[in-house]
Design a protein around this ligand. Sequence first.
Ligand SMILES: [Fe+2]
Length: 292
Amino acid sequence: MSQIQDYAKEVQAWVTEMTGFLEKNRLTEQHVLEQLNRLSQLSRQLQKDDATKEEMTKVEKEVTLAFREINDLMNRNTRSRINQSVPIGKHTLPPLPYPYNALEPAISEEIMRLHHDKHHQSYVDGLNKAELMMKRARETNDYSLLKHWEREAAFHGSGHYLHTLFWEGMSPKGGGQPKGALLKQIEKDFSNFASFKKQFSEAAKQVEGVGWALLVWVPRTRRLEVLQSERHMNLTQWDTIPILVLDVWEHAYYLQYKNNRAAYVDQWWNIVNWPQTENRFMEAKKLVWKPY
Ligand SMILES: [Fe+2]
C-alpha cells in the first residue's frame, strides 16, 4: 500500500476516535463536527489508487485546521466549567490530558484505555449513584441504608478524585525533578529530593494489598508527608490534600508488568508531571489552619 493510502487510513482512524471522544464528552459544536465529516470524506477519497500528492497536502492542511478547532473547543469548555460546582449525582469522567499511548513505554496504551475508560468510569458511576441514594435518604428521611451508601460514596469518591489526580500527575514530558517552592519544601521536610523519592517509592512498593502512595500537604503541621493508603477509603487522613499520587492497584500495571510492581513504580518516575504537581501544591498551600 502506498504512503498516501497509509496516511489516509491514519486520518480516517483519527477522525473516528475524535468524533467518539467529542460525543462522549458532549462537545458537539456543529462546525467542528462538520469539519470532521469533511475530513472523513476527503480521507476516503485519498484512499483511492489514483490519489495524488496534491490531494494529500490538502488533507494535511485540513487536519491542522481541525486539530486547532478541537483544541480551541476543549479550552473554551475548560474555561466555562472551571467556576461551576458539580451538582449531586452529576460527576463526569475527565478526559485524559494526553493520548492513551502517550505514557508508553512506562504505561501501555492497553492499560490506559482500560484504566481510564472502564475503571475510572465505574468510580464516576458509583459515586453518582451513592450521592443520589443519599439525597433520596434525606428526602424520605429513611437512613436505614446510609452506612452502605456512605461506604460507596467513600470508595467511589476516593476512586474518582484520586484517579483524576493520577492522570494530571503524569505527563509524556514528565520525569526529572520538581523546581521552585515544591522542591524547597521537599528539601526542608525530607532533607533532599533523593530521600523523598526513596521514601515515596518504598511506600508504594510496601502498600499491603492494593492502594496508593501519596505525597500530601498537611495544613496543620505546614509540612509535606508521604502516606500509604490501603485500598483507598481506609486509613485516610481526611485533613489532608493529595498532591502527587501513584496507583498501585493491579489494574494499573498487571497486564504489562505482571507481579513486578517495583519495576512499574520505578518506570513511573519518568512520566511524573512536576509543573502540574507544583501548581497543585501552590494552590493547596493557600490553605492554613491553626497549628496544634
Ligand atoms: Fe486505578
